[in-house]
Design a protein around this ligand. Structure first.
Ligand code: ATP
Length: 140
């Protein structure tokens, strides 16, 4: 079995999508191994998205990610990383509504920034991101 980091971003939490997303997670055969509702500050949001620090959208991204609480979860199943990425759909929620109408971003995202959920993009990112939030959990 594999683990991935899933996050319901501030727009998803404030838009009351948590229960529906968790229902989709469980119905899709993931186990929720850990979960934590937390508020990111500028330092933590910047560190989480460090790979995007030189992008023009980075300041807006940090403002968005610190705008309210997020729900971070460790999900487990076979092929968890790619299966969760598949469920959430493309980054741009506007495009997701057209190309992946049953995806989570089509359900609750708005555009290329406010896209409701996050998923690790590889097993190595999953390991890093799980450690980032749950220092005491083994990511293997
Ligand atoms: P995530 O890492 O959050 O799962 P992703 O892997 O689909 O998303 P990335 O390219 O890693 O997309 O971008 C990280 C986040 O930065 C996006 O989820 C989105 O919130 C924001 N973002 C990405 N591209 C843009 C953009 N062009 N304009 C504004 N915000 C953007």
């Amino acid at each position: 079995k594999e683990r991935t980091l899933a996050m319901i971003k501030p727009d998803g939490v404030s838009g009351n999508y948590t229960e529906e997303i968790k229902r989709i997670i469980v119905e899709s055969s993931f186990s929720i191994v850990r979960e934590m509702l937390t508020q990111l500050d500028n330092e933590k949001a910047s560190a989480f998205y460090d790979e995007h620090s030189s992008r023009s959208f980075f300041p807006d991204l940090v403002t968005y990610m610190t705008s309210g609480p997020v729900l971070v979860m460790v999900l487990e199943k076979r092929d968890a990383v790619s299966d969760w990425r598949g469920l959430i759909g493309p980054t741009d929620a506007q495009k997701a509504k057209i190309s992946h109408p049953h995806s989570i971003r089509a359900l609750c995202g708005k555009d290329s920034q406010s896209n409701c959920v996050h998923g690790s993009d590889s097993t190595s990112s999953a390991e890093r991101e799980i450690k980032f939030f749950f220092d005491d959990v083994l990511s293997g």
